[in-house]
Design a protein around this ligand. Sequence first.
Ligand SMILES: NC(=O)c1ccc[n+]([C@@H]2O[C@H](COP(=O)([O-])OP(=O)(O)OC[C@H]3O[C@@H](n4cnc5c(N)ncnc54)[C@H](O)[C@@H]3O)[C@@H](O)[C@H]2O)c1
Length: 343
Amino acid sequence: MAGDRLGTAVIGVGLIGEQHADVYAAYHRANLALVYDANPQRAQAVAERLDCRAAPDLAAIADSDVALVSVATPDFAHRDAVVAMLDAGKHVLVEKPLATTVADAVAMVRAAERNNRHLSISLGNRWSEDIQDLRDCVQSGEIGDPIFGFSRLSDTVWVPTQMLSWGSESGPHWFLYPHTMDYMRWIIGQEAKRVYARGEKRLLPQKGVDAYDYVQAMVEFENCTITFETSWIVPEGYPAIVEQYLSLYGTKGKVTLDRSNRGFALDTEERQLTIRPKMWSYFKTPDSWGNSMRNVVDCILDGGEPAIPGSDGLAVVAMIEAAERSIETGQPVEPARLIQEHA
Ligand SMILES: NC(=O)c1ccc[n+]([C@@H]2O[C@H](COP(=O)([O-])OP(=O)(O)OC[C@H]3O[C@@H](n4cnc5c(N)ncnc54)[C@H](O)[C@@H]3O)[C@@H](O)[C@H]2O)c1
């Protein structure tokens, strides 16, 4: 610790990891000491901008005195860094999804337990006021008992073909369900029992990305059924990079949230246009999302458990793997069984 500030480091300082580094550098209770990236030039550039050191390898972070490490490597590359840091006695905050297999997620949760360290997941939507308010509304019984719902979160085709260099090793379900499956589970406060899903690889492989165009998953929770839609083929002309909508019907009412149109409308005598948010302004995540980092820093300094524990990440990874297996087999799959396979 520098003074009473908590020492922090970030592994994987790409688009999102750099924003973790920004949050730690700006937070008055944290000290950003180290960044590491498989691309050393990338790490060096971020270290110079934020006045910290670029670590030559993971061991340099493991051997340092930082207490908290963010891991923001690509979706499929979280496990090695997370387990290495937990085994080195660090607390870890990992970008969503916790992992892209239940096996990896279980290994990370076990490593946190074995080392008695916090493992938390960065999930910006949990810190968004509208989602928090919607959850409070549902939890306080405004709509009665939830009966059924629908959740959509999709990206334009620009995301897998231009923004991500590793789209073929992920998919809309691994990239986007971690948000929606997490917040719908959290809003209704129920566990997923069975998942039935369909998905197709028709358009994206033609564009050089080996990933599902869409996945539609019907999830039976304890007492509520929700259909989750996600896609990576929203046309470029769509007036936002992300399409996001949810609805939940209960015994006394319904709630809906439509965040699809994030640009603004321009109306003049000559034309009507919807202006899309620019990439830099859209993927600069809102300040509230930095609460994922600040929350873990505060828990380490003050005691207490992070708001989003590793077990929540594991539950969602099991739902997504269940969807994948259901697509492959044509049968419904129970997420709890996938976790039991690794007991
Ligand atoms: N919360 C959100 O809205 C949001 C948005 C986009 C991405 N993400 C998540 O953030 C994570 C990173 O995504 P991104 O868009 O920043 O990707 P990115 O490709 O921009 O950045 C990943 C970085 O990790 C580095 N890297 C790759 N393998 C590594 C390894 N083994 N060790 C160290 N560094 C390694 C790469 O060189 C790159 O700089 C993913 O888990 C992704 O799902 C979250």
